[in-house]
Design a protein around this ligand. Structure first.
Ligand SMILES: [Mg+2]
Length: 216
């Protein structure tokens, strides 16, 4: 059996920023962010520099998201690398292993939890096989706990803080935690120079590393 692996969803497979911008721009009195925003910081401080106003807008945006029972299913476009994953799964890439999608999404109103909406979304865009499972974590810093508990050997995430947390945990735990975390390069994580040694430009590189590692 091959080692389990994981993928973060938003910022790698799903275009959360565009969906979030749409929600922000629908708020009255609204803000005006680009339809396809490319923030250079995680909290969009470059696009919305007024901290107090930004926090208020974000809170309102999350209220609007919570009120949409299928937000995670029907409001997100796939990002270009979704096709890489779809092709890999379609070619039987997951054979012999479990593929986890570990996401920090919160439940919305309605009867369909975020994890199930995510599964439906992945299936809709061809990123699913019998070997796949979705896990929704309440706290982003709990991802490393899951990786450890489930024996997940490789992970990729676009949030620098999450990856840094894993890198530190791997150093602390030594052989007890056989895990390789990677940072998916995005404009909002480029200030994390300390993670450049685990930064990957795309999912093709990630999959190549996994498959090469398995053959060693
Ligand atoms: Mg993400």
């Amino acid at each position: 059996m091959k080692s389990p692996i994981s993928f973060d969803v938003d910022g790698i497979l799903a275009d959360f920023n565009r969906a979030f911008a749409k929600v922000l721009n629908s708020i009255e009195p609204g803000c005006c962010v680009p339809d396809n925003p490319q923030p250079t910081t995680w909290f969009w401080t470059d696009l919305l520099p007024d901290e107090k106003a930004r926090k208020k807008l974000f809170n309102e945006a999350w209220r609007k998201i919570d009120a949409q029972p299928y937000f995670w299913y029907n409001q997100l476009n796939p990002l270009p690398d979704a096709e890489v994953l779809s092709d890999w799964l379609g070619d039987g890439g997951a054979r012999g292993r479990i593929v986890y999608f570990v996401t920090n999404r919160q439940d919305t109103c309605g009867d369909v939890p975020a994890a199930i909406q995510t599964k439906m979304w992945l299936r809709r865009f061809g990123m699913w096989s019998d070997h796949c499972t979705v896990l929704a974590v309440k706290d982003k810093l709990n991802k490393k706990v899951l990786y450890k508990a489930l024996g997940i050997k490789y992970s990729i995430d676009d949030r620098a803080e999450t990856v840094e947390d894993c890198v530190k945990e791997v150093c602390l735990a030594g052989p007890q935690f056989d895990h390789k975390p990677f940072l998916y390069d995005q404009p909002w994580n480029r200030d994390a120079k300390v993670l450049d040694h685990v930064r990957l430009d795309n999912l093709t590189e990630y999959i190549n590393i996994i498959e090469t590692g398995e053959r060693e």
